[in-house]
Design a protein around this ligand. Structure first.
Ligand SMILES: CC(C)(COP(=O)(O)OP(=O)(O)OC[C@H]1O[C@@H](n2cnc3c(N)ncnc32)[C@H](O)[C@@H]1OP(=O)(O)O)[C@@H](O)C(=O)NCCC(=O)NCCS
Length: 150
């Protein structure tokens, strides 16, 4: 991972880049409009971006409600995967959760998404229940993963 990467709060000016990254990373990407709403109209949302040499190379979003956090999305540019950026983004999210006195983090992941499952396991997430036909595009099952802080 480059030492030049900056992790910071996402702003409205980042939306076009983040939406572009979404289209690269997901079959049903979140749109610009969704991110506008998330940043302007959702008091529970928190978004972190990873910036390298002025380019957004990753993002991670979450909703924090009382002492629970739900990870909404995490993605890294395809060409820059496997270099530690995804893990660093998730660690930033976990640190934000600790600062907000979150007790539990949850997320859903495609059952076939071994890179993401492995990342979450590495960070202490447990594998929980299956949500049948969770994903709209191909009806793949979603696996719920969660971690509890001390
Ligand atoms: C999941 C994702 C964010 C991981 O980001 P990344 O920057 O490539 O991951 P890192 O380099 O930080 O790797 C951290 C850990 O993730 C796991 N991992 C990453 N890539 C992996 C791969 N191809 N195969 C298996 N495990 C992998 C490993 O546990 C790795 O730890 P290690 O290096 O000690 O083995 C990235 O693959 C991505 O953007 N995928 C598309 C979007 C997506 O599926 N998001 C998750 C939705 S739930």
């Amino acid at each position: 991972m480059s030492n030049d990467v900056i992790f910071r709060k996402m702003t409205l000016a980042d939306i076009a880049s983040v939406a572009d990254l979404e289209r690269e990373a997901f079959a049903t990407p979140w749109t610009e409009e969704i991110f506008e709403h998330e940043l302007s109209g959702n008091a529970y949302s928190h978004y972190i971006v990873a910036e390298l040499d002025g380019d957004i190379i990753g993002h991670c979003g979450m909703w924090i409600v009382l002492d629970e956090c739900h990870i909404t999305n995490v993605a890294v540019r395809t060409s820059l995967r496997g270099k530690g950026y995804g893990e660093a983004l998730m660690r930033q999210a976990m640190e934000l959760c600790r600062l907000n006195e979150v007790k539990t983090m949850t997320l859903e992941v495609r059952v076939s998404n071994e890179p993401a499952r492995s990342l979450y396991r590495k960070l202490g997430f447990q594998e929980g229940g299956i949500r049948k036909n969770y994903y709209q595009d191909d009806h793949e099952d979603g696996l719920v993963m969660w971690v509890e802080f001390e």
